[in-house]
Design a protein. Structure first.
Length: 85
């Protein structure tokens, strides 16, 4: 499944804040921020709060092999789009 790119491609989300602070506003300064930018059908740039989320990758590359995970990330593009995906 390829990544899709919409007309508003930088997606921000914060699962940590949604779970631990559901009544508070979510912004760039909140713990747990994640940002995703697809840069091609095969690659996306993802930045995350290293104080909240960890990876086991020493080279800062995460491979996603499951189609349902890519589909979930693509859904964020569709939800964030203004007019075009």
């Amino acid at each position: 499944v390829p990544f899709v790119i919409a007309d508003n491609p930088v997606v921000t989300t914060n699962w940590f804040a949604r779970i631990h602070h559901p009544q508070r506003a979510i912004g760039l300064a909140r713990s747990g921020l994640q940002m995703l930018l697809p840069i091609s059908p095969r690659f996306a740039l993802m930045m995350h709060d290293g104080n909240v989320y960890t990876t086991d990758s020493r080279i800062n590359v995460i491979s996603i092999s499951r189609a349902d995970e890519v589909t979930a990330l693509n859904e964020l593009q569709w939800l964030n789009a203004h007019k075009n995906v």
